[in-house]
Write a protein that binds this ligand. Structure first.
Ligand code: C5P
Length: 209
């Protein structure tokens, strides 16, 4: 089964803020850029990798990527731009946020195994440790919730169908589910952090050592 990966790195990093005019995925981490770590994990698990970047960065040389395309205004638009560059023959597609650079090969193995076993989609998730409170409402039972990460693996056809309309979501499994697909949840990893603030980058520096 041929597996491709899409690494989405076209965010503007508005919560983190720009540093030296570059969004968070281009910041230095352990001697290279944040996105190089994510690309390396993707190349280790997929036969080809499509990297989705901001339009201004589309001509940069990215030796780890099979193709580099410009993203869109939203994460879902960026995934669709990446999907258009994945060859039709791909049977499985993994979507990964460039903003999750800490290498966690076991998580890639688990999502890929779940799709190989028949799921339309497989997502890694970790327990929620903070108390959760609805804005303007009450505290909710956190046992009922998990925090969902990437990499997320998909039967290619299920992912293409989910993105056939211009749906929006903070991840792709939610779109696959909305299109009637079966989503399996596997164990994520607390080390698989998403870089959203300067503190996350400090933590990633330690975890990437
Ligand atoms: O904004 P958020 O942290 O959820 O972004 C998750 C991932 O999606 C990041 O790697 C970011 O670069 C990417 N993204 C994108 N295009 C957008 C928005 C986010 O590729 N328009």
């Amino acid at each position: 089964m041929s597996t491709w990966a899409i690494v989405v790195a076209a965010g503007r990093g508005e919560r983190f803020g720009m540093t030296h005019g570059e969004p968070k995925q281009y910041l230095p981490l352990g001697g290279r850029r944040v996105l190089d770590w994510s690309l390396e994990a993707a190349t280790a698990h997929a036969g080809g990798v499509v990297l989705v970047v901001p339009a201004y960065a589309v001509d940069r040389h990215e030796p780890l990527a099979s193709a580099v395309v410009a993203g869109g205004q939203t994460r879902s638009e960026s995934v669709r731009a990446g999907l258009a560059a994945v060859p039709e023959e791909a049977a499985v597609i993994v979507v990964h946020d460039a903003a999750r650079p800490v290498p966690v090969p076991a998580v890639w193995d688990r999502v890929l195994a779940a799709v190989a076993a028949g799921a339309d989609a497989a997502v890694p998730a970790v327990p929620v440790t903070d108390t959760l409170r609805e804005v303007g409402g009450d505290t909710v039972d956190r046992q009922r919730f998990v925090a969902v990460q990437t990499p997320q693996a998909f039967r290619a056809e299920a992912l293409r169908r989910a993105h056939a309309s211009t749906g929006e979501g903070t991840d792709d499994a939610s779109l696959v589910e909305a299109a009637g697909g079966r989503v399996v949840v596997v164990d994520g990893d607390v080390a698989n952090i998403k870089i959203t603030s300067a503190v996350d980058l400090l933590l990633a520096e330690q975890l990437c050592r």
